[in-house]
Design a binder for this molecule. Structure first.
Ligand SMILES: C[S@@+](CC[C@H](N)C(=O)[O-])C[C@H]1O[C@@H](n2cnc3c(N)ncnc32)[C@H](O)[C@@H]1O
Length: 280
């Protein structure tokens, strides 16, 4: 069997299981199987596929047809301008979250020496992207999940920023180390009762710890705002990702903790997604 035929077969299987982009996913999984990029497989699609590769390809197709996200199968995901290692039990970085990186770059200068804290560091995608762009910044990342810290470290090493990044396993509430010029966070913000209605790929495969924002979706956001108001320096910037319907409530919470609202930003779907504020 050649690459093209195998991809078509794989794509048919995915389509029959209602996977949204069956052909693209089959191409990506073939590229992963034979350890080449997608361009290679498109340009060499009449090459034969050996038996072992074919078996491995169909195993990945089976996993995908059960809803397992592509990033967990390929073990990588692009974010900002880099590729990040990804493993099961860690939130897959979302394009919406790039708004945080963009806002940081807009509100800081290339040469500034800044201490930045990322609350809920996950894969490390936010802080590592920022440290790559700003060579004089020093970063701290915290997460409740040990697995996240191990992966953040691996990503920091891969992107050559590990000497400027400290990582701590801690609950938001319990972290009391240092004072920061800039704090960023993409906390869990989905209402518990809505979790089961998320797309199957997310609901069944992504970690609840990264998604569950409690009864009203704001329980972790409240903690992050309170902790940030304690750890941030006067005039420090706080950049927070929020759920699409949380803008007004979160702005009120921020004001109560002494933050001035600089701006809010919408994601590609035109939903309010990111708030930039300053501690006054
Ligand atoms: C929405 S994910 C964001 C991950 C990553 N920053 C990103 O944007 O892809 C939230 C992260 O917060 C962590 N987290 C959840 N509750 C926490 C808590 N109480 N204290 C510290 N970290 C927490 C989760 O483990 C998860 O990695």
């Amino acid at each position: 069997m050649n690459i093209n035929l195998a991809i078509n077969e794989g794509s048919k299987i995915l389509k029959s299981k209602f996977i949204p982009n069956p052909l693209l996913d089959a191409e990506i999984l073939m590229a992963k199987t034979i350890n080449k990029d997608r361009k290679y497989i498109l340009l060499n699609n009449s090459d034969p596929v050996n038996k072992t590769d074919l078996n491995n390809f169909y195993k990945l197709i089976e996993q995908r047809s059960l809803g397992n996200p592509i990033a967990y199968l390929t073990k990588k995901k692009s974010f900002w301008n880099s590729e990040f290692f990804i493993v099961k039990d860690i939130l897959i970085p979302r394009p919406d979250t790039e708004l945080i990186v963009e806002s940081v770059l807009k509100s800081t200068k290339q040469k500034s020496k800044i201490n930045i804290l990322d609350i809920g560091v996950g894969s490390g995608c936010i802080i590592v992207s920022i440290l790559k762009e700003r060579e004089n910044f020093r970063g701290t990342g915290i997460d409740l999940s040990k697995k996240c810290l191990i992966l953040s470290k691996k990503n920091a090493i891969a992107h050559r920023v590990s000497s400027r990044l400290k990582l701590y396993k801690s609950d938001i509430d319990k972290f009391n180390l240092g004072k920061y010029d800039l704090i960023v966070s993409n906390p869990p913000y989905i209402k518990t009762c809505k979790l089961k209605y998320l797309e199957r790929d997310v609901a069944e495969f992504e970690p609840r710890l990264a998604l569950d924002g409690g009864l009203d979706g704001l329980s972790e956001i409240r903690k992050v705002i309170k902790k940030s108001s304690e750890l941030i320096k006067k005039n420090g910037k706080f950049i927070l990702e929020i759920g699409f319907d949380q803008k007004n409530k979160v702005i009120n919470l921020l004001k109560k903790e002494g933050f001035y609202i600089n701006s809010t930003h919408k994601d590609l779907a035109n939903n309010d997604r990111c708030i930039v504020s300053t501690k006054i």
